[in-house]
Design a protein around this ligand. Structure first.
Ligand SMILES: [Zn+2]
Length: 616
């Protein structure tokens, strides 16, 4: 009865709706079959495949994997020609009398686990659907004015989760309600054989869901403690922002060693992919503790409020990344602080992470030529940049340096206001509003400065210009130091570094001899100016032996430790291509690891920031 009434407006609007059917029953074989019916008028027409993917900050649409493409009208094939400059555009001529097109193509999901949503997205047990890989659209209108209605066929016996509102389900077919193209593309679907949905808490009419898809039943077994931490995340973000800009929120948590590992934010959901046993292994869980908090924060910072240069009307217009130190940097800061506020990490673990972040950024000779802002402007290049000489190139530093930068802002506000104001006040003001449904409000650098000034007057423009635009040999340490802590190095290995080494399968000697070595001896990177580089070692060399004994990370670590009180030569037999060379690393000082140490001369503001906002 209710369904029949709801149908009426759909029927009226039908001729303007593009209908997409995605057959995902061959997902385990890494093939998606797409059928589209699109309204059309006779004459020349262009069809666009989404190129610039929101949240990926680059032209990452996998058009190369779009195959078996045909266009017909009234049952007759129409010739198409790809634009010779824009590889994402197809030109056709719609025949006289035609009112719609039938479009078909297959989308290949690659086996490679690198990349974001264009990387591996299916296994024989699960799949994640990114709708930008299943649509074409005409140029001219912004994506929020193009109406799409999607239908999805899922493999037999699989379950699914998505933020996209459902009209009806029958068998393995899911028919979704019509939605603007930007909402469709912003609403991925996760599905799988081993699937579990957990309710994380309701606020008013807004419900929060955690959908877990995994390569095994065992890997979906989330503990009561873990569930409680994510329930705390819902409560803590409510207290931080004061309103929510979504109808419901869905975490699509995918656990597999065979899909790309990343997090991708959406307004009403997030596509969060980690290794299969993340919920079962302490190291993996702690390593990924900030993933869901980070992606969730993006619903406010990134989706609701977005830098004007990233809020493009469609998927053809290039994005401008210069404010990613706000979009990603502030999100990274809030995501990290939320790990402590929710119990996902202990304050001690989070301090260890901050020490590692500060130390790593301080070991970057690339700081001497490239300002932080350029890492944001060049984001579309840097996501794909290799690890070799990363310290000289700099990577997407606006994430981790954003943590230090916004900690500096938070501590500065607290100090200038004598503890009366904090960045939490900025969050409530800048990200507040009526809420209850997705909305987009763009901002500029000047808007950020004005909002901060409304919370606590200060020369915020100069504050950011000095830390973001300028060449700055050291990362911003004001937040840590004025927050009552200092960065020190000693010979005690922090447990969070062990966690990172386990997850990255490498040994991190960057603070002593200046080397990062993969488990099997291949040099991931050499810090420019370090003892290892002076000995002639380069990235991609393979360390074969340490002081005449076959390489192991532990052996090299012990050799470094023996230099604690006396200079020594560590002889590394290395292989470069086909040639073996002995490299003599002259070094003194032993193994060194970064830590935050309490500075008793100052108030401990940092610990205050890590406390939950919701009193239990
Ligand atoms: Zn992010």
């Amino acid at each position: 009865m209710f369904a029949l009434l709801a149908l009426a407006p759909m029927v009226l609007a039908q001729e303007n709706i593009t209908r997409v059917t995605l057959d995902a029953t061959d997902a385990p074989a890494r093939l998606f079959h797409v059928r589209i019916t699109m309204p059309a008028k006779p004459g020349p027409m262009t069809l666009l495949y989404p190129q610039w993917i929101p949240g990926e900050h680059g032209p990452t649409g996998p058009v190369v994997d779009m195959v078996a493409f045909t266009v017909s009208a009234g049952g007759k094939r129409i010739a198409w020609a790809r634009d010779s400059v824009n590889m994402f555009a197809y030109h056709i001529t719609v025949p006289e009398g035609a009112t719609s097109l039938e479009i078909a193509f297959d989308q290949i999901s690659p086996p490679e686990t690198s990349g974001f949503s264009s990387g591996a997205s299916t296994t024989s047990e699960l799949a994640v659907i990114a709708w930008n890989q299943a649509v074409l659209y005409p140029p001219g209108l912004p994506a929020n004015q193009l109406e799409y209605q999607a239908t999805l066929r899922i493999p037999d016996g699989w379950k699914f989760g998505t933020a996209l509102p459902i009209a009806r389900e029958s068998g393995n077919t899911v028919e979704f309600k019509p939605a603007p193209l930007n909402t469709l593309i912003d609403s991925p679907v996760s599905m799988g054989k081993h699937y579990r949905t957990i309710e994380l808490g309701r606020e008013g009419s807004i419900e929060h869901y955690l959908h877990i898809a995994a390569d095994s039943e065992r890997a979906t077994e989330i503990s009561a403690d873990q569930i409680q931490h994510y329930k705390n995340l819902i409560a803590e973000t409510g207290a931080l922002f004061g309103s929510r800009h979504y109808r419901d929120y869905h975490f699509l948590y995918t656990l597999s060693d065979h899909v790309a590992s990343f997090g991708l934010e959406h307004h009403e959901s997030s596509d969060d992919r980690v290794r299969e046993r993340t919920l079962l292994e302490d190291s993996a869980e702690r390593y990924n503790a900030d993933l869901l908090p980070h992606e969730f924060v993006h619903s406010w910072n990134g989706k609701y409020r977005r830098p004007a240069g990233l809020a493009t009307p469609d998927y053809s217009e290039p994005m401008k990344g210069n404010l990613l130190w706000v979009y990603e940097g502030l999100t990274q800061y809030l995501g990290e602080m939320l790990t402590a506020r929710t119990g996902l990490l202990t304050p001690r673990d989070l301090r260890a992470k901050l020490a590692m972040v500060a130390a790593e950024l301080d070991r970057e000779p690339g700081r001497l030529w490239r300002p932080l802002e350029d890492t944001a402007v060049a984001a579309q290049l840097l996501y794909d940049a290799r690890d070799d000489y990363a310290n000289l190139r700099r990577g997407v530093d606006y994430y981790d340096e954003g943590t230090l930068l916004w900690l500096d802002v938070d501590v500065t506000i607290r100090q200038l206001s004598n503890g009366k104001k904090s960045l939490n006040d900025f969050c409530k003001m800048f990200y507040g509003g009526a809420g209850g449904a997705p909305e987009l409000k763009t901002y500029t650098f000047e808007d950020i400065v004005a909002a901060l000034n409304a919370v606590q007057p200060h020369d915020w423009a100069a504050f950011f210009r000095a830390r973001v635009d300028a060449i700055e040999p050291h990362p911003p340490m004001g937040g840590i130091e004025n927050g009552g802590w200092k960065l020190v190095y000693n010979s005690t290995k922090p447990d969070m570094l062990r966690v990172e080494e386990d997850e990255k399968r490498h040994y991190d000697f960057r603070y002593s001899i200046g080397l990062i070595v993969k488990d099997e001896g291949v040099v991931e990177d050499v810090i420019v100016g370090s003892a290892a580089q002076k000995a002639g070692i380069a990235p991609d060399d393979k360390v074969v032996a340490v002081n005449n004994r076959a390489f192991s990370g532990t052996l090299l670590r012990e050799a470094i430790e023996r230099t604690a009180n006396a200079a020594a030569t560590i002889e590394l037999l290395t292989k470069r291509g086909e040639f073996y060379i002995v490299r003599k690393v002259e070094y003194e000082g032993g193994e060194k690891y970064p830590h935050l140490e309490r500075d008793e001369s100052k108030t401990d503001v940092l610990s205050k920031i890590m406390e939950p906002l919701v009193k239990k």
